[in-house]
Design a protein around this ligand. Structure first.
Ligand code: ADE
Length: 446
């Protein structure tokens, strides 16, 4: 595979291409690199490659003519060359894109600088615009090196064995399992026993599990794309069991529309919908917090109808969901019940439609769920009163809705949206993948 590098700093590439496996791959002819100095394609005596932007503004823009001449000269010599412009506005580089690019015979990598290149070149003479990440470098040279390194690894012979390429993070679609080397005991920190066992089947299985665990904890979205074996699924399910989320529906103290402290009445539909939500997403339970005895009795009667009466006989699925509900008289009692089960203090996470406090994003809370049991506190009526909010360790980002100030979801809708934002990403293993060559899926991943 051949890489043409078009740059105004040819010397930039002197040392990185002379080191390690890239140096070897070049010497063995597995890859080829030709560096082109953009200034060699200028025609004026100052070798000018840039100019001020039309319309004013900061910085300089690469002029179209030298770029055009450089691209043309490469295309004349090597017509199949794919022209790539490196810029932060491009498509994000990921392993799948790298695998596609590795099939090309040659690439011309254009390293931008300053305010970028003239739009007419970008729009008409570039095949693909690629970014290596959501940050801004001083120029495309580092990005070009990244592309050379990522693609070279995929060329047979560049890395020792195909096996070691296949085992890397992303090639298998999973993050790589942790590696250990001698000594087996370092400052009292031991290497996992199984790695010393010599049992290759067990070692393989341990490594696969570690890859699944790391991916689930750090990059769960990657699992969506994977074909999982039944053993993988069982293992993932056992890990997900470790996420313990409880939902607290608070009827006192909450606010009314005049922001006065009140106790609200239990709503039947909340019980049904929150129970079903809880069962569907694997929550550990829903606590209804209601200080009014008559209200508690009424709700318990309803629950009993589904657990022990005709309701449950007629609709066993609903009975299964209703088992998730527990009625208590105050927040302390609910916390104590969770503490008794979990043997550890849970994190209390408040939800509030009108943000007054700094809040966590759903993915931040998702990460916390691996560490501690989490109780999500939802207020009925016009929301949780300050004395409850003051007890919370964290707050969740509100559901904002859109455009105007109208923001009046029912508590059960808000709970469903929030729970899906935290846990919906783990539904990947229920989802059937769309056919591989499906246009819709291609658009989704690109
Ligand atoms: N040039 C400047 N920043 C870049 C990035 N993130 N990716 C590719 N080229 C760049």
């Amino acid at each position: 595979m051949k890489f043409y590098l078009l740059t105004i700093f040819p010397e930039f590439f002197n040392s990185p291409l002379r080191i390690g496996l890239i140096d070897k791959a070049l010497k063995r002819g597995l890859i080829e690199v030709e560096i082109l100095n953009l200034r060699d394609y200028t025609t004026d005596k100052h070798r000018t490659i840039d100019d001020v932007p039309y319309g004013g503004g900061e910085g300089m823009v690469f002029k179209p003519e030298p770029l055009y001449r450089a691209i043309k000269s490469v295309k004349e010599r090597d017509p199949e060359t794919k022209v790539i412009y490196l810029s932060p506005q491009g498509k994000l580089l990921h392993q799948r894109l790298a695998e596609e690019l590795a099939n090309e015979k040659s690439l011309l990598l254009i390293c931008g600088r300053y305010e970028g290149i003239d739009e007419r070149i970008r729009a008409h003479f570039i095949d693909e615009e690629i970014s290596i990440g959501d940050y801004v470098l001083l120029g495309g040279e580092v990005a070009a090196l990244v592309i050379i390194e990522v693609l070279s690894r995929l060329k047979p012979g560049v890395v020792g064995t195909k096996d070691s390429v296949d085992r890397e993070s992303f090639t298998s679609g999973l993050l790589k399992y942790p590696a250990y080397t001698r000594p087996s005991d370092f400052l009292g920190l031991k290497v996992p026993e199984v790695l010393l066992s010599g049992n290759h089947r067990e070692i393989e299985s341990y490594r696969r599990k570690e890859s699944l665990r790391l991916t689930l904890e750090r990059r769960p979205e990657l699992l969506r794309e994977l074909e999982l074996t039944p053993e993988d699924r069982d293992y993932i399910n056992s890990l997900l069991e470790k996420q313990r989320i409880y939902l607290f529906l608070i009827h006192y103290p909450v606010l009314n529309k005049r922001r006065e402290k009140i106790a609200s009445a239990i709503t039947t539909i909340d019980l049904h919908d929150l129970a079903r939500l809880s069962r569907t997403y694997g929550l550990k339970g829903v606590y209804l917090i209601q200080p009014l005895e008559e209200q508690r009795k009424l709700a318990q009667e309803l629950i009993d109808y589904w657990l022990h009466g005709k309701g449950g006989l007629h609709n066993p699925l609903r009975r299964e969901a209703m088992k998730k509900l527990t009625i208590v008289s105050d927040l302390e009692e609910a916390i104590q019940e969770v503490r008794n089960m979990e043997k550890i203090d849970p994190l209390l996470v408040g939800t509030d439609a009108s943000p007054k406090r700094t809040y966590l994003l759903p993915e931040q809370l998702r990460n916390l769920c691996w560490e501690k049991p989490v109780c999500l506190l939802f207020g009925t009526a016009w929301g949780l009163e300050d004395s409850i909010l003051d007890r919370c360790h964290y707050f969740l980002e509100p559901i904002w809705g859109r455009l105007d100030s109208y923001n009046h979801l029912s508590v059960r809708s808000a709970a469903s949206i929030i729970v899906d934002r935290i846990l919906g990403i783990y539904s990947f293993y229920k989802k059937k993948l769309l056919p591989k060559n499906n246009q819709f899926q291609e658009r989704l991943v690109s």
